[in-house]
Design a protein around this ligand. Structure first.
Ligand code: NAD
Length: 338
């Protein structure tokens, strides 16, 4: 019997890529999504063909068991804060991937209480539901945002947290609850601190859009790219299908960790370099405009990934050039379809 996996927030950016990979993985029979579409209904789950969305790097077949699409997807529109929707979605699950969150820093600044309710209370409800489901494995999305403005680089997980936004505070609390449920109830958990995830299905067009989709859309449309600040700020960009691969492997191999694990490529790249590389991949010169730096923007970011490498020795991130090319390919199709 294969596993039944619930992905909360599964209709979002990372969720869509993950669901695609889960559906194509032998040993996973049923995939459920619980998502209230509060981040918008991108309709992306309906696009899925049952194959990993855009595997381009070294991790294309590392699990070694991709199969024909199994297609067993149950997509429920509902909130993790709704006890009956959560109970139904978690009934009989073997694993929960908890991605549902208010994922935007500026939104958390505007509506901190809402962010707390979804991200913190929501996580506690999901952990409790995992317990009710007979101690299902729970893989939880945390964020490098909790390292704050100026951590040591590369940043190990042992760095003292320095939450600088309500969002970062919710992720710290998310991790704390996850670790507490592991210690108190022996819940098998895996808290993952994502750095800057990018790739197909990351929406470009909204006010809080992340840098890469905003840049990729501008490159495809031939409009100037807007950079906030001087563009020298660096990020540790990790390709979304690598994250989907990692989570899938954690489920198939039952990987857990009582402490948080950084998820990143372990490199740092400036925004100007990203623009340059996108231009090269598209074969165009990109006009760049500069806006004022955004409040709270971190100048430098790079993960120490030794804990991740110890957990998954075959971790081998997709080269940036390949990930950016796949992102541009997806963006062309996405923008044409609008
Ligand atoms: P996303 O906004 O695309 O996906 C989150 C999904 O959660 C959305 O589809 C939204 O509708 C859903 N959701 C929100 N509130 C909900 C609720 N109450 N009940 C059910 N569903 C709800 O964001 P993403 O980029 O895919 O991020 C996924 C997770 O990873 C989030 O927890 C985010 O904080 C974390 N994360 C992402 C990044 C990144 O670079 N994308 C970095 C660090 C951490």
């Amino acid at each position: 019997m294969g596993k039944t996996v619930l992905v909360t927030g599964g209709a979002g950016f990372i969720g869509t890529n993950l669901v695609a990979r889960l559906l194509a993985t032998e040993g996973i029979d049923q995939v459920r999504v619980l998502d209230d579409r509060s981040a918008g209904d991108h309709g992306t789950l309906a696009d899925l063909t049952g194959e990993p969305t855009h595997p381009v790097g070294n991790l294309t077949d590392p699990v070694g068991n991709l199969t024909d699409p199994v297609g067993n997807l149950t997509d429920s529109r509902g909130s993790i804060l709704d006890p009956s929707a959560l109970a139904e979605a978690t009934d009989g699950v073997d694993a929960i991937v908890h991605l549902a969150a208010r994922a935007s820093v500026p939104e958390s600044v505007a509506n901190p209480v809402d962010s707390h309710a979804v991200n913190v209370t929501g996580t506690v409800r999901v952990l409790e539901a995992a317990r009710q489901a007979g101690n299902a494995q729970v893989i939880v999305a945390s964020s490098a945002a909790l390292y704050g403005a100026d951590p040591t680089l590369p940043t190990p997980e042992t760095t003292p947290p320095d939450p600088r936004s309500p969002y970062a505070a919710t992720k710290l609390a998310t991790e704390a609850s996850t670790m507490a449920w592991s210690a108190t109830y022996d819940l098998p958990v895996l808290p993952l601190r994502f750095f800057n995830v990018y790739g197909p299905y990351q929406p470009p067009g909204h006010v809080y859009a992340a840098a890469i989709p905003a840049f990729a859309a501008a490159v495809v449309e031939g409009t100037p790219v807007t950079v906030f600040g001087d563009g020298s700020q660096t990020r540790d960009f990790v390709y979304v299908d690598d994250v989907a691969w990692l989570i899938t492997r954690a489920i198939t191999h039952g990987l857990t960790s009582p402490v948080p694990v950084n998820v990143a490529a372990g490199t740092r790249t400036s925004l100007l370099e990203i623009i340059d590389r996108l231009g090269q991949a598209a074969g165009t010169t990109v006009a760049t405009e500069f806006g004022p730096p955004r409040a709270g923007d971190v100048q430098r970011s790079q993960a120490d990934i030794s804990r991740l490498q110890a957990l998954v020795p075959s971790w081998s991130p997709t080269p940036l050039a390949d990930g950016l090319a796949a992102t541009l390919d997806w963006m062309r199709v996405h923008l044409r379809g609008r």
